[in-house]
Design a protein around this ligand. Structure first.
Ligand SMILES: Cc1cc2nc3c(=O)[nH]c(=O)nc-3n(C[C@H](O)[C@H](O)[C@H](O)COP(=O)(O)OP(=O)(O)OC[C@H]3O[C@@H](n4cnc5c(N)ncnc54)[C@H](O)[C@@H]3O)c2cc1C
Length: 333
């Protein structure tokens, strides 16, 4: 976002459909004052699996928000001011949250603590995520992220973000530091979970796919009335790339939670693992699941949650179906 100022003719901006071309939208003196328009996703950016919201939905919403922001500039309003309406988050407006702590979680993965007003929580339901917007080479880029902190956590929330070498958002996130203000809207997505709805949850995660799982795990472990058993199979390249390891260690002391780490490129030996950790070298595939999912758990009382890369999720869905889980027993975040 550039400095805001008054300008005539911004209405041209709000009426234009050509969001990708800021030059054609407004007089020259006004262009520099406008927020960057969102970039339209390519057809290949959609995974075709019916995500809500889909990348095209996010683009359409961002386009609307961008037009509104431009209109606000025309109307001399401060477009980025947080107007507290009882909810910290809004689905339709980006609001700013300040980073108060940055920690390296593993190689290329960072943990960010963002500040909330005292005694308030972000207002997510279990399994929900947010959308973050940044500016990359003159266009707005927005991506989804799932806070890893307990949904009831007050005064702050936590994100874990992996930095990809050629990622557009990664390029921006790499520069985040203490006091960086991050533009966020949400919440989105929903997992229709209620305590004791299932006897067992099978959690299949890869990499940053641990993020939504962590919300589910914390919500169940934090509720003494919820006796749901959780079995996590967590795929990572190596032991030192396991995310949220200190939390996983703590959760493993609960009677109803267990974690198995499935390491595809591990080279170190057993001696360097924490005592008691269940570690399997190899890939999480049908052979692994056939060996490790108990036959007694393949019944309607088990529910499967899946989160990871698109290919991991597709593979896991296939495997689960081959293990005789029904579509209605599988949720992909
Ligand atoms: C509901 C939801 C929740 C999410 N929560 C989190 C979260 O909590 N933390 C988090 O780090 N990410 C999360 N993601 C992924 C995140 O939204 C971005 O896709 C990711 O940060 C990459 O964005 P980018 O702009 O840097 O990369 P892009 O510009 O989109 O991609 C550029 C290149 O980066 C690499 N790349 C990008 N994504 C992946 C991937 N998943 N696996 C392997 N290579 C990849 C590829 O080489 C790709 O070609 C979530 C995604 C969804 C849909």
């Amino acid at each position: 976002m550039f400095d805001m100022d008054t300008s005539e003719n911004v209405s041209e901006v709000t009426d234009s459909n050509d969001a990708g071309n800021n030059d054609s939208l407004a007089p020259k003196e006004c262009r520099a004052l406008l927020p960057c328009p969102p970039q339209q996703p390519d057809d290949g950016d959609c995974c075709g699996s019916g995500c809500v919201p889909c990348v095209f939905d996010i683009y359409e919403q961002d386009l609307k928000i961008w037009k509104q922001e431009c209109r606000k500039i025309q109307e001399h309003q401060k477009s980025q001011e947080i107007q507290y309406d009882g909810n910290l988050l809004s689905e339709l407006e980006y609001r700013k949250f300040s980073i108060t702590e940055v920690k390296e979680e593993t190689k290329n993965c960072f943990r960010y603590r963002l500040e909330l007003p005292e005694f308030t929580s972000l207002g997510l339901k279990v399994g929900q995520h947010i959308i973050i917007r940044e500016t990359h080479h003159g266009t707005a880029v927005s991506r989804q992220y799932t806070p890893i902190s307990d949904i009831n956590c007050m005064g702050h929330f936590l994100l874990i973000i992996k930095i990809y070498d050629h990622g557009r958002m990664s390029h921006c996130v790499r520069k985040w530091n203490i006091c960086t203000e991050v533009e966020i809207r949400g919440p989105f997505g929903e997992l229709h979970y209620s305590p004791n709805k299932y006897r067992k949850l099978l959690l299949l995660a890869a990499g940053t796919g641990i993020a939504p799982m962590s919300q589910v795990i914390q919500s169940i472990l934090g509720n003494e009335e919820d006796d749901t058993i959780m079995q996590l199979f967590y795929a990572c390249k190596s032991y030192d790339q396991i995310l949220m390891k200190s939390e996983l260690n703590e959760w493993s002391s609960f009677w109803n939670f267990s974690a198995t780490y499935v390491l595809s490129q591990e080279t170190s030996n057993k001696a360097s693992y924490r005592y008691g950790d269940l570690v399997v070298k190899g890939r999480m595939d049908l052979e692994f699941l056939t060996k490790n999912v108990l036959p007694m758990d393949i019944n309607p009382e088990t529910f499967v949650l899946i989160c990871g890369t698109k290919s991991f999720e597709n593979d896991m869905i296939e495997c689960c179906k081959l293990l005789n889980f029904k579509d209605t027993q599988i949720h992909r975040f």
